[in-house]
Design a protein around this ligand. Structure first.
Ligand SMILES: NC(=O)c1ccc[n+]([C@@H]2O[C@H](COP(=O)([O-])OP(=O)(O)OC[C@H]3O[C@@H](n4cnc5c(N)ncnc54)[C@H](O)[C@@H]3O)[C@@H](O)[C@H]2O)c1
Length: 307
């Protein structure tokens, strides 16, 4: 069995642990700083194994030494947004938390592939890459899978078609300036531009950009976690099973799209080595401009951390 460590046993982390176990993707270690909490949640999940029929073990811990020999570490520790907060508002506090976690990952799980979930996502991913010093293909962030899933869901609901028939690409940073690409969005191969009027697509793209805030406002406390955990687990599965899924991921760009030496959401091939290739799509001048503007916003936030 592979070993997967989930750091942060809050809403996203605990739900990710449950999904990983139920899919038998590996033995799961769930770590949090709150005494007893990850142990309690892990025990609860283990007691569901005979009902759900999974073989994965789930172990709760407060000790980062238990990251040892992890194949994958998913980092979800940190504060979540409250109503009225942007993801950027979390920057300094989460940098402290995630920076400390990254040092422990480097120490205890030097061969792991790391999937960052904590916000602000692209900046936290850059921070983890810097603190661990891991090769860039082994450090990535989860945002594009979630943002694309939101766009896909809104399109499926609008058209009254099966969710799984809608494919979408949302690129850029995980912020208000993310870039939903309608030209690369299809319903079983049919461009949505042939199925929906321009204004409707623009409205759905806008709802996608505000998809996280819409949920934060409804919940009134905390932020989304069902779709975020599913997104992180889909990435982990593609790596663990070497599926080579083509997914939008916050990945290190080395000149693709005119973006150099920074993390931002782009389509990649995800396999056993981590990010195995960044796919350079043919973008229109407007699409490219939006993606580069989004990347510039990420670069500004990274600069605030003086990495
Ligand atoms: N990338 C995305 O698309 C996306 C989507 C949803 C949430 N998020 C982010 O994920 C993070 C977690 O969200 P949540 O809803 O699970 O929050 P949460 O508050 O429910 O859970 C966070 C957990 O992290 C723990 N923690 C804090 N410091 C720690 C440390 N040093 N080591 C281990 N654990 C520590 C806390 O005790 C808490 O249990 C937030 O930053 C949120 O903004 C990102």
């Amino acid at each position: 069995m592979s070993k997967i460590t989930v750091v942060g046993a809050g809403f996203v982390g605990a739900t990710a642990a449950q999904r990983l176990a139920e899919k038998n993707l590996g033995d799961v270690v769930l770590h949090d700083i709150v005494p007893g909490m990850p142990q309690g949640k892990a025990l609860d999940m283990v007691q569901s194994a005979c009902i759900e029929g999974f073989e994965s073990t789930v172990t709760g811990t407060n000790d980062p030494a238990d990251y040892k020999d992890s194949d994958i570490v998913i980092i979800t520790s940190g504060l979540a947004r409250q109503p009225g907060m942007s993801r950027d508002d979390l920057l300094l506090k989460n940098a402290e938390i995630v920076g400390g976690v990254a040092e422990n990952v480097k120490k205890y799980a030097p061969n792991a592939i790391v999937i960052v979930v904590s916000n602000p996502l692209d900046v936290m991913t850059a921070l983890v890459a810097k603190k661990t010093g891991f090769p860039k293909e082994r450090v990535m962030g989860m945002a594009g899978v979630l943002d694309s899933a939101r766009f896909r869901a809104f399109i499926a609901m609008e058209l009254g078609v099966a969710y799984q028939d809608v494919n979408a690409m949302v690129l850029g940073g995980h912020g208000d300036d993310m870039v939903p690409l309608s030209r690369y969005t299809t319903v079983n191969g049919i461009s949505i531009e042939a199925l929906l009027p321009k204004e409707k697509i623009a409205a759905l793209a806008d709802r996608t950009r505000n998809g996280g805030a819409e949920i934060v406002k409804l919940l009134q406390k905390g932020s989304a976690y069902y779709a975020p955990s599913a997104s992180a687990v889909q990435m982990a599965q593609s790596i663990l099973r070497d599926e080579k899924r083509v997914l939008p991921v916050a990945a290190w760009c080395t000149g693709e799209y005119g973006i150099k030496n920074q993390y931002v959401g782009v389509p990649v091939i995800l396999g056993a080595k981590g990010v195995e290739k960044v796919i350079a799509l043919d973008l229109t001048a407007d699409e490219l401009k939006s993606l580069q503007a989004s990347a510039a916003h990420v670069a500004d936030s990274v600069a605030k951390l003086n990495l």
